[in-house]
Design a protein around this ligand. Sequence first.
Ligand code: SF4
Length: 388
Amino acid sequence: MGWEGGLLPQPALSGHWAEKLAEEVRADMTTREKTKRVRIGDRVIGGGNPILIQSMTNTKTEDVKATVEQIHRLEDSGCELIRSTVPTMEAARALGEIRKEISIPLIADIHFDYRLAIAAMENGADKIRINPGNIGSADRVRAVVDCAKERGIPIRVGVNSGSLEKDLLEKYGGVTAEGLVESALDKCRIIEEAGYDNLVVSIKSSDVLMCAAAYEKFASVSDYPLHVGITEAGTLLSGNIKSAIGLGLILSKGIGDTIRVSLTGDPLEEIKSAKLILRTLGLRKGGIEVVSCPTCGRTEIDLISLAGQVEELASHYSLNLKLAVMGCVVNGPGEAREADLGICGGKGEGLLIRGGKVLRKVPERDLLSALKEELDILAGISSRAEMS
Ligand code: SF4
């Protein structure tokens, strides 16, 4: 029978069909091993190594104390590479002090002045980010490259839609994915001609679809590892949505070796979001995944505030499990049973469920502490298992 209007016929969402689709997406995601391996301090990206999460400090780099304090907070939350801007010689010198106090590789972000790039490397930067187009003549680029080569320091070549060269704007009639890719390849060539190919590339645009298309095109013609991010993504809400969509599109194609979620806000939020994006795509294991229902007229406990408290509590455990916070008995017990640990709300109380079994009924005011007790028990079990 043909389709006569109304809804389009839908393919049957059989387990087989859905699993096949999921397998295809996962197969795409394995193409990361094609990229070149690049060492940044004591970490390696590319060539199938785990995708590293990075962020950028927003303190004055010259203020060593404030910058180190911020980096320590970022390290504790899971940041694996950190970048600081180097706009002055004083900032370049501060890198040396900062480097001694932190345990993750430090990247120097340089614009315009090649001497700052050299000073940053002399002061211990583990990687530098430059735009070869704005640091001056070929001699100056060569001086930076020679210094990087001598020390084995990788260079990130960054292309940004906001600073695309005039000739490429004219050639492509404005900012386009093709123009961004050509600009990135031109910049790599400048450094390659100076005799160096220890490179990481980023192509940033605040236009999510253009950015994804540009990364895909670049990855099809080059094996340099890619730093992936959506630039000027925005404040917490819009930045997270744009980054999740953009990074989701790019990473699900197997593209990306290190990521940065750019948010107008506390850099700690960038780390939380980056971890969630990687975990959602199955690219990172570990940490508690909290699922919670949206609440509705059936909810009889303060689930919104409880879910927030549970998420905060869960962030302190490195357990690899799923935790469900559900409002009522409609979907609650089912979802909570599928999770490793769950709460299913009732009237002024809730069921505590572990491993599919109801452990006990708990008054609403004690739900969070009851959950904490269970997490502590599981954490104890897992640390004993690790030690044995
Ligand atoms: S689990 Fe219950 S409370 Fe939560 S949205 Fe579904 S029906 Fe509503």
